[in-house]
Write a protein of this length. Structure first.
Length: 107
């Protein structure tokens, strides 16, 4: 389904980072797309920087919620667990975006 929807020639699994590729994360899975010579690194760095700033702001809001003792004490356990999961996901996403930016700047 992914191959058809994305018009890909192939889809393969790897545990290693792919050189000369653009990566993105959905939930906790990182995807790599090989890039060609017509790739605009400066434009992509700007997009990633904007996304990084947004994700950092989101993380701050989640951390504030979790730091609120009244929220943690009065909220259902599932809600608190969901916020903790959001925090972990945001931290992972920030790490990946930072790596993407560093990789693009190194090219």
């Amino acid at each position: 389904v992914v191959i058809k929807l994305c018009n890909l020639s192939e889809l393969s699994y790897t545990s290693e980072k792919i050189e000369n590729s653009f990566s993105f994360v959905i939930k906790n899975t990182e995807f790599f797309i090989p890039v060609s010579g017509n790739f605009n690194a400066a434009e992509e760095i700007k997009k990633l920087t904007d996304e990084l700033n947004y994700t950092r702001g989101f993380l701050v809001s989640v951390e504030k919620k979790l730091a609120n003792e009244k929220f943690v004490a009065n909220a259902k356990a599932e809600v608190v667990d969901a916020e903790r999961s959001k925090k972990n996901d945001a931290e992972l996403r920030i790490k990946v975006i930072e790596e993407q930016i560093a990789g693009l700047k190194g090219k």
